[in-house]
Design a protein around this ligand. Structure first.
Ligand SMILES: Nc1ncnc2c1ncn2[C@@H]1O[C@H](COP(=O)(O)OP(=O)(O)OP(=O)(O)O)[C@@H](O)[C@H]1O
Length: 276
């Protein structure tokens, strides 16, 4: 699937790497937070976070419960707009633009930045209609069936469901439902996929399939994943951002550096299970 809108206008700042030992070729930036602060009423959930998230990589957001990982993720495609008491200050740049600019259409933004949630949430519709849902909303005038097939293949589900496209998505197993949700997210041809603990409601076999899939997805998309599972972050991500209490981004680097030789004692303590 090729992106219909070029992302050439995205910011081209090189992503810093922590050390020469772990240095990778400079990546283009897909999403950049600049001085981001987020509040729920008087409570601050994200504290002055700036970070650049590279294109076509898996970036994991980890940290103890309540440190703001989901809040940060939801800022990227403005899902926090749905929460009345939530206030966002600072910029989230995507495609060379602050997504909070007045002329950005959040619905169009969410087509380019899709989302997959913790609990699989297929619609009570057929498998085909689940995947075609976003296409219909966007007035897609191409071959819907071909795009449905391509998306199901992209989500590693096609072989399992190709003979039952008219069955309800709710009849699938939990792991299949989550892959259906991934197919639904990729059908509108996004650039970025946000995943909020996408495997935590699944059994280990189903979770492992999703992990393999995430690796494949990164060839085509930028994947940003919140996970509580540090082994998972170490296994599947290229970059890891560690948030700690108060919504502060404490360390952000190549995943190997974070897990093998973090700069911050607090990060080492968290990763080795001393707290959190
Ligand atoms: N809708 C909301 N209304 C009010 N406060 C909220 C809301 N959502 C989150 N918060 C608060 O913001 C802070 C950060 O929450 P968030 O869910 O982003 O953290 P998290 O790191 O994703 O946590 P977890 O790992 O438990 O999912 C917490 O103090 C939380 O109570």
């Amino acid at each position: 699937m090729s992106n219909t809108e070029s992302s050439d206008s995205l910011i081209t700042t090189d992503v810093e790497t922590g050390s020469d030992e772990h240095a990778v070729a400079p990546d283009r930036t897909a999403v950049a937070a600049r001085d981001l602060n987020v509040y729920y009423g008087d409570e601050q959930a994200i504290d002055d976070v700036s970070m650049e998230i590279p294109e076509n990589r898996v970036t994991a957001l980890i940290g103890p419960s309540g440190c703001g990982k989901s809040t940060f993720l939801r800022c990227i495609n403005r899902m926090n707009d749905m929460i009345d008491i939530c206030r966002v200050e600072g910029d989230v740049e995507f495609g060379g633009k602050n997504v909070y600019d007045a002329d950005v259409d959040p619905v169009a933004l969410r087509r380019k930045i899709g989302m997959v949630f913790q609990k699989p949430n297929p619609f009570p519709k057929s498998i085909r209609d689940n995947v075609a849902y976003g296409l219909k909303i966007q007035g897609f005038d191409g071959d819907v069936d071909a795009r449905v097939k391509e998306s199901l293949k992209g989500a590693a589900l096609w072989d399992e469901v190709k003979d039952q496209l008219d069955s309800s998505g709710l009849e699938l197993s939990g792991g299949q439902q989550q892959r259906l949700c991934i197919a639904r997210a990729i059908a509108p041809d996004p650039e970025v996929i946000l995943m909020d603990e996408p495997t935590s409601a699944l059994d280990p076999v189903a979770a492992s399939k999703i992990e393999d899939l995430i690796d494949d997805l990164a060839e085509e998309y930028t994947v940003i994943i919140v996970t509580h599972n540090m082994q998972q972050a170490a296994r599947i991500s290229d970059r890891t951002a560690v948030f700690l209490t108060g919504g502060r981004l404490v360390e952000y680097d190549d995943t190997t550096k974070i897990f093998e030789d973090p700069e911050e004692q607090r990060v080492e303590d968290y990763i080795t299970g001393k707290f959190g």
